[in-house]
Design a protein around this ligand. Structure first.
Ligand SMILES: Cc1cc2nc3c(=O)[nH]c(=O)nc-3n(C[C@H](O)[C@H](O)[C@H](O)COP(=O)(O)OP(=O)(O)OC[C@H]3O[C@@H](n4cnc5c(N)ncnc54)[C@H](O)[C@@H]3O)c2cc1C
Length: 584
């Protein structure tokens, strides 16, 4: 692991998914003379954005309005969204999706040539644009090929960022491992944008790719930027039981039913806050994700779910849609079921269960993606701006990556061209520190008793049991104790691989460190919020409490490494808090 002189760029983006690529293009367009680089632990096209299926929401057509999209988002988020951010989001989302069309994104069409839209959970109007059920693939591909046209965008593919270089007030760059060679290097930068995605991997069952380990959240947290609203974790009601692979909400938007072991559409027994009188838009299966996941737990308690080797399931029934519609509208669902469950949705029921899908929380930012650390920005799932509040509506996060990726890119570019050059001395000194730490990690831990995977599995189980769909004080307090113990065990867990090239064991150890940081903030934030709101359901505090908790949770890393919490008021512009209903 040799030391190298620091590279230097104006703006460094960590993450090559939807938010990162969009940010890079925005930097190049805003300040054509600026130098910009994307550093990503996987090749950009392998980012999790590629797996998004259902679609991207933005107002289109005369029946809809920006205010309605804003209202659906805010009420869906149980009034925890910052309304200035939501207003910017709904205004800019249509422009972003049209821009993508001009860059080559093949949006699905109606027979008359107009862009096709499908219903989506919690959205009162048809506003979810899609490209069959491979929306994320086409979106990411479009962004990637557009980024290639900007030859000034440099790439560090398969580089793993391990630390932000800061002086306590502003950012000066990052340290990173070149995964292919094992070299530990520093890249100095005037501005850094974190676009590292979510952290579903802290839970045992998740739709999230293995790379979604909350690294960016941990990087920011350790550098002094707080994490916001980490207690809000979205379960998606329809994941495949063993793999956690997502069966997109589009399957229910196209008319799929959820049934229990008796073949009964059980959602009719629950209050979903959704009128079911206009079935095209609001079938009960298109209720909000948190309520559907909660209904599953009640079905399980009533003994109306089906036991499988991988836990309890209910069924998604698509058989009545017929083969032609399934092939035309949701071909990928059929492909996934055939490949991973050996069943055909044309003739068979699909076993499903709620799985962790999305983090509403993340790095605390303002509407330009700026964090409290000067020069440090965040966008996409790793950020919390916050448009998702206590519960994200499906199909809002792809446009969020575009709108706030673009905003963060533009803001970082403008900041970088007037900012002082990064402090090379700090970059070198912190780079040397980090190199020593990583070499110790890699070479000095073969005597450990436990494997990283064992500690990781315990962390995941702890989170599922304590901070899952329902929480209470006792289980959360117990989890906080367990996590403290796991942190000590993780620090001495065994690392046997000493090779330099593609040392995935070392990376797994570093990712576990990120996940433990994130897990601690989730548990501490959930413990502190003594109310139930959106995806955060406390059985010991079942009601929403606006008097005490119409506020964001901020988690700062304290001097002893544990979270210090405070509350930040929610920004309300035009929609005073009301009951959470979907039909006004
Ligand atoms: C299966 C699935 C389906 C979904 N479907 C939809 C949908 O239909 N509509 C919708 O709106 N949303 C959907 N979502 C949510 C949405 O896709 C994501 O929130 C969004 O794509 C996140 O994009 P991102 O750019 O923030 O991060 P990602 O696409 O996850 O990219 C993260 C990037 O960060 C890099 N990275 C991470 N850590 C490091 C590190 N330490 N060093 C260097 N690089 C790092 C990775 O290499 C990667 O390039 C879905 C999510 C999943 C999991």
């Amino acid at each position: 692991m040799a030391a190298e002189a620091a590279e230097e760029v104006d703006v460094l983006i960590v993450g090559g998914g939807g938010a990162g690529l969009r940010a890079a293009i925005a930097v190049a367009e805003t300040e054509p003379g600026a130098t910009v680089a994307i550093l990503s632990k996987v090749y950009p096209m392998r980012s999790h954005t590629v797996s998004a299926e259902g679609g991207a929401a933005a107002v289109i057509g005369l029946a809809d309005s920006l205010d309605e999209h804003a209202y659906d988002t805010i009420s869906g988020g149980d009034w925890l969204c910052d309304q200035d951010a939501v207003e910017a989001f709904v205004r800019e989302a249509p422009r972003e999706l049209i821009r993508l069309e001009h860059w080559g994104c093949p949006w699905s069409r109606e027979p008359d040539g107009r862009v096709a839209v499908r219903p989506f959970g919690g959205m009162k109007q048809l506003r979810t644009w899609y490209a069959a059920d491979k929306t994320g693939f086409h979106l990411l591909h479009t962004l990637f090929q557009t980024s290639l046209k900007h030859t000034e965008i440099k790439r560090f593919d398969e580089w793993y960022a391990t630390r932000l270089v800061t002086d306590g007030e502003r950012v000066h760059g990052v340290t990173a491992i070149d995964i292919r060679t094992g070299r530990i290097d520093t890249i100095a930068a005037r501005a850094v944008i974190l676009a590292t995605g979510g952290c579903g991997q802290v839970f045992p069952f998740t739709t999230n790719a293995a790379i979604k380990t909350g690294d960016g959240m941990a990087l920011a947290y350790r550098a002094g930027a707080p994490l916001k609203d980490m207690e809000f974790i979205q379960y998606h009601p329809t994941g495949l039981p063993f793999t956690g692979i997502l069966i997109t909400e589009a399957a229910r938007a196209e008319g799929g039913w959820l049934i229990n072991k008796d073949g009964y559409r059980y959602l009719q027994d629950y209050d979903l806050g959704v009128p079911t009188d206009t079935p095209k838009l609001r079938s009960m299966e298109l209720g909000p994700r948190d309520r559907l996941s909660q209904a599953f737990v009640h079905e399980m308690r009533r003994g109306r779910t089906v036991e499988t080797p991988y836990g309890q399931v209910t069924y998604l029934d698509l058989r009545h849609l017929g083969e032609a519609k399934i092939n035309a509208r949701i071909p990928f669902v059929r492909e996934l079921c055939l490949s991973y469950e050996k069943l055909d949705p044309v003739t068979d029921l699909i076993p499903v269960r709620p799985v962790v899908h999305y983090m509403m929380g993340g790095v605390h930012t303002g509407v330009a993606g700026e964090t409290p650390v000067r020069g440090l920005y965040a966008a996409g799932e790793t950020a919390c701006v916050s448009i998702n509040g206590a519960n994200r509506l499906g199909s809002n996060s792809l446009p969020e990556c575009l709108v706030f990726g673009a905003r963060a890119g533009a803001a970082a570019a403008r900041y970088a061209v007037q900012a002082a050059a990064p402090d090379q001395q700090a970059v070198r000194a912190q780079g040397a520190d980090e190199r020593r730490r990583l070499e110790r990690e890699r070479d000095g831990r073969d005597g450990g008793r436990e494997r990283i995977s064992e500690v990781r599995a315990l962390m995941r189980r702890t989170l599922e049991e304590s901070a899952g769909i329902y929480r209470d004080r006792d289980s959360l307090e117990k989890a906080a104790g367990t996590l403290a113990d796991l942190r000590e065990r993780a620090a001495v867990a065994r690392l046997e691989d000493r090779s330099a090239a593609f040392n995935t064991e070392l990376l797994a150890g570093l990712e576990l460190g990120s996940m433990l940081d994130v897990a601690e903030t989730i548990v501490a934030s959930a413990l502190n919020r003594e109310e139930s709101r959106g995806a955060h359901q406390r059985t010991d505090f079942p009601a929403r409490d606006d008097a005490a908790f119409l506020a964001h949770t901020l988690a700062h890393r304290g001097p002893d490494g544990t979270p210090r919490l405070s509350l930040l008021p929610v920004t309300i512009t035009r929609w005073p808090p009301g009951e959470r209903v979907y039909g006004r």
